[in-house]
Ligand binder design. Structure first.
Ligand SMILES: [Zn+2]
Ligand SMILES: [Zn+2]
Length: 177
């Protein structure tokens, strides 16, 4: 497999780099399929687990700026191509195809010369929460309570284990989940 060239100027700021990568992907697709594709709107309003989302009918691509920042090179190469391939597949083959079916895979492998990976494996930093560990009488009975629930217990609320029916007791232990 020929190494996929990233024809972009590394000195560009991050959003411009991403726009340039989107454009480069479209040019590869136009060259391959010998037809023009309308350029999408690009937004960075995406948070959480997903790296990118392709809104097919709106012709809008949304990218997760946080994950882009943390995984720049792979994000530009793989994630941007992944989402552009959804757009191109939709415009070529219509709305009935499966999202990661053979049409999309053809574009990833044949046009962008990239692995047809469905999901990214970027680390998504979860906000850690303090858990208050409660126990019942079951040997494996452990219940991580949120701070809010722990407060309710302090105010007099009681919780029971469904199996042994004993009242859950705070162990004094806390941990970050
Ligand atoms: Zn996808
Ligand atoms: Zn129990």
């Amino acid at each position: 497999m020929r190494h996929n060239r990233l024809v972009i100027n590394q000195c560009l700021p991050m959003p411009e780099l991403l726009h340039a990568r989107v454009e480069a992907c479209y040019q590869l697709a136009e060259k391959f399929f010998q037809q023009p594709f309308p350029r999408p709107q690009v937004s960075f309003r995406l948070r959480g687990q997903k790296a990118g989302v392709a809104h097919l009918t709106e012709n809008l691509l949304r990218f997760n700026l946080q994950l882009y920042r943390e995984n720049r090179e792979d994000f530009l190469r793989q994630t941007v191509a992944h989402e552009v391939a959804h757009m191109v597949a939709h415009q070529l083959f219509g709305p009935r195809i499966r999202p990661h079916g053979e049409e999309w895979q053809l574009i990833m492998l044949g046009v962008f010369e990239l692995p047809a990976q469905r999901c990214h494996n970027y680390e998504v930093a979860r906000r850690q929460a303090n858990r208050f560990i409660y126990r019942c009488a079951c040997p494996d009975g452990e219940f991580p309570f949120s701070a809010q629930r722990h407060r309710l217990v302090a105010e007099g609320r009681r919780y029971y284990c469904r199996r042994c029916r004993t009242t859950l007791q705070f162990t004094g232990q806390q941990r970050l989940d």
